[in-house]
Design a protein around this ligand. Structure first.
Ligand code: GLN
Length: 544
């Protein structure tokens, strides 16, 4: 059943990728919430993979994990950080999923001998997924971001589906926003509208007339420029707005867009009253990041530090944690491979001036030795250390080798023949044939032990729910030995006893988690672990 009330906003992208479609969509979600509306957001990705779980970070950046364990596009991370929408696997749709469902149905014989076609079978499945999210939640608006760029072969069925939706449910309940680029030719100092004209033409050929053009530009568009774009693209002049580059943080983008009347135009389009924008928590956060009182430097030692987006949620959670301490953060990205190749000379000079070290998650053995060296340094020099997932594995290996005397301590992920497999596969997953969908994924309960440091950080809560994405775990038979040598285990999974967190009493801040707390941190609700890690880093800085 189609929800009667919900209004649909489709966001498409033109000219090229990386224009900030995800952040613009998330910003609109936040602004609509600030006007008192309830929203949700779907990302539709035209690639044929079922999900990005099997893709390399080089191809895709971070894999974001939802509470219910879906491996999704990192845009869902922006949606959750910016808005109150509760996202599930239904909010992340790919061509792969759509075809998978339709082909399964065909094999079952559900199509009763009919020829299965893109229109209507594929497009019906796409529309069904959109309508399902709308009916599941009591929404005012459903925002749907179509991944890729208009003109890509892969995105045609999605665009055809949104064309059909407008036709079916009525123009008054649908809005099409097209994000496009107005490049500046630097030698001539001139802005060019032609790529936008072409992109809109392409959209129109598919039967979609944009209601608004959001134009990414280096600086604000002039009135003349806007009227030229409006004339050539058949869009009202008032509905051509700039999304200019800003020098500040991404969290200031919603306000830039609000100033440019992004939300006003949307509300007007639907004939809704424009209540004043109320975002008190967001305002507070922006004030802090605009005038920090101190500075803190954190090293992130990882394998993909050269990629902007591979650890996106971690970088953002660090920013939130820093703001919670009224601090500005400098993140130093260190390739663990570099530490490895020049251990002794490099390590000290690289980490000398940092106030905290974070080792993020990852897969495979490249760069592990460097991560272990960085952790050894943090442990011995009493530098605040935060390990996440693979970061926990490396901390356990380091402690095993250098404190417990297990010279060949290792994870079976890196050495399946290790004499001391202190990290190993989950028992029930000893044999893994399928790489896709075989992990411990999504939120699990973590029980916090009385008297542990981590329990205190979580405000003495008995349980927390945190998100996972991994196959390997601490091997329980080593627990006693580790405890004897001074490691404490503050958090565990109540039903299975699996170790979820480790800590080192006596160290100013040494915590690693099997789960990924970064996925639940928001600017308006910084994650307690990130907040406290930064507190400890600030403290170290002021005492050294
Ligand atoms: N590669 C490790 C595992 O599969 C860690 C995964 C991670 O850091 N997300 O368990």
């Amino acid at each position: 059943m189609k929800n009667k009330r919900v209004k649909y906003i489709f966001v498409t992208g033109g000219v090229c990728s990386s224009l900030g479609k995800g952040i613009s969509t998330a910003s609109l979600g936040l602004l609509l919430e600030g006007h008192g509306y309830k929203i949700s957001i779907i990302k539709m990705d035209p690639y044929i993979n079922i999900d990005p779980g099997t893709m390399s970070p080089y191809q895709h950046g971070e894999v974001y994990v939802t509470e219910d364990g879906a491996e999704t596009d990192l845009d869902l991370g922006y949606y959750e950080r910016f808005t109150n929408a509760r996202l599930t696997r239904k909010n992340s749709v790919s061509t792969g999923q759509i075809y998978h469902t339709v082909i399964q149905r065909e094999r079952r014989g559900d199509y009763l001998g009919r020829t299965v076609q893109v229109i209507p079978h594929i497009t019906n499945e796409i529309k069904k997924r959109i309508f399902d999210v709308a009916t599941d939640n009591d929404l005012d608006f459903l925002l749907v971001e179509i991944g890729g760029t208009v003109g890509d072969i892969e995105s045609v069925p999605f665009l055809e589906s949104i064309r059909q939706i407008k036709h079916e449910i009525g123009y008054d309940r649908v809005m099409n926003i097209h994000l496009t680029l107005i490049p500046t030719i630097s030698v001539a100092g001139e802005k060019k509208t032609k790529p936008t004209q072409h992109s809109v033409k392409e959209l129109m050929e598919l039967g979609i007339i944009p209601d608004m053009l959001l134009c990414r530009t280096s600086d604000k568009l002039s009135v003349e420029m806007k009227s030229k774009i409006a004339l050539f693209c058949n869009v009202s002049e008032h509905n051509v707005i700039s999304a200019e580059d800003i020098s500040g943080s991404i969290y200031e983008i919603p306000y830039m867009l609000h100033k440019n009347k992004f939300d006003d135009i949307v509300l007007k389009h639907f004939g809704l009253k424009i209540n004043p924008l109320k975002l008190p928590k967001w305002d507070k956060f922006i004030k802090v990041i605009q005038s920090p009182k101190k500075k803190v430097t954190i090293a992130v030692v990882g394998k993909y530090t050269s990629l902007q987006d591979a650890y996106r949620s971690i970088y953002e959670a660090l920013v939130h944690g820093a703001a919670a301490n009224e601090a500005e953060i400098e993140i130093i990205k260190i390739e663990s491979g570099e530490i490895e190749s020049d251990k002794k000379n490099n390590l000290k000079s690289m980490l000398k001036n940092v106030d905290g070290i974070l080792v993020p998650g990852g897969f495979g053995d490249r760069g592990i030795a460097g991560k272990i060296e960085a952790i050894k340094y943090a442990r011995k020099e009493k530098v605040p250390f935060f390990g996440i997932c693979l970061g926990l594995h490396c901390a356990v290996i380091e402690f095993g080798r250098n404190v417990c005397g297990l010279k060949d301590a290792n994870s079976t992920e890196f050495d399946p023949t290790s004499g001391h497999p202190v990290i190993s596969l989950l028992e029930e997953q000893e044999i893994i044939f399928d790489k896709g969908g075989t992990m411990r994924l999504g939120a699990f309960k973590c029980q916090l032990k009385e008297g542990s440091f981590i329990k205190k950080i979580y405000g003495n809560r008995n349980f927390v729910m945190e998100r996972h994405r991994h196959r390997f775990e601490f091997t329980m038979r080593y627990k006693e030995l580790y405890e004897k040598h001074g490691m404490a285990f503050g958090g565990f999974h109540p039903e299975s006893d699996l170790i979820e967190t480790i800590e080192l009493p006596g160290h100013p801040w040494f915590i690693a988690t099997q789960y990924h707390p970064e996925f639940k941190s928001k600017p308006t609700e910084p994650h307690p672990l990130f907040r406290d890690f930064i507190r400890a880093a600030v403290k170290k800085k002021t005492h050294s």
